[in-house]
Design a protein around this ligand. Sequence first.
Ligand code: ADE
Ligand code: ZN
Length: 337
Amino acid sequence: MDEALLRTVQTMPKAELHIHIEGSLEPELIFALAGRNNVPLAYASVEDLRRAYAFDDLQSFLDIYYAGASVLLTEQDFYDMTRAYLQRAKADNVRHAEIFFDPQTHTARGVAFSVVIDGITRALREARTQHGMSGSLIMCFLRHLSEEDAFSTLEQALPHRDKFIGVGLDSSEYGHPPEKFARVFARCRELGLHLVAHAGEEGPPAYIQTALDVLQVERIDHGVRCLEDPALTRRLAREQVPLTVCPLSNIKLRVFNQLHEHNLLALLEADIAATVNSDDPAYFGGYINDNFAAVFEALPLRREHAYRLARNSFTASFLDPQAKQQYLNEVDAFFEH
Ligand code: ADE
Ligand code: ZN
């Protein structure tokens, strides 16, 4: 690829809107935390663990991802993990991050909700004061668990209402359609929380439809399978529903065979408000700039697409209008020369 374009996508200001904080846990940190907390691991070494990162589909990844997260026990562990991600994101000129966390993965192991959210929040506050980065949290419900479990997680979260801005839906998609969580999302809407959901990653376009119509989400995470349904594609474009697309994730989880077959350019050409994100960077071979570099290398994307993707990332964020405009001005200034 053109060196100038590569530099542009790497240095432009951007927001990251689809990052699971547990998916930023690098093998080295998994081993360090396992040692610190005396948690046994099924892998002999960092290299041995990395070798296991060859996935057939979403479920084969999730099994390893939940095993990796089992080393997280203390507030300091959640702080260390989040700090490492934010430092890495800063190097990629991420100016704002909306970060997913999966409380049920931890509360099911006896880790208190407050331990999880307080550790993550401490690192976010520090990034704001030290690096001028903004960040907020989106709590995800695990869709392979029951709606009742999601309700009880919401109960545990409510004393911390000021520390998160919204809720999402993640984990195994097939067989767990959005409408399974209709009531808990309705309750979250009443509480004034922002709503997002993973849909149309492995699951069919119908799941995108019900995420919009039943859950009334404001963004779709992934959503790449929307192009299989022309009416849905037109609707996403008309309503400018943002999609948080994660190119390297889609290759690792075999949603597309190769990056040159990825539909990011087709989504943009259909006038969909797509963004580029890393999903689970420690597992999928790269952080946000690695995703930008790889997808610009594989597809005939140009400078005007970089500009659109940078703008989309802030437009699609849940920042207040004034902060959003400030970041959009930064993007415009960056692209002026
Ligand atoms: N949890 C972490 N990463 C995920 C993904 N890509 N899809 C669904 N659930 C996830
Ligand atoms: Zn995801």
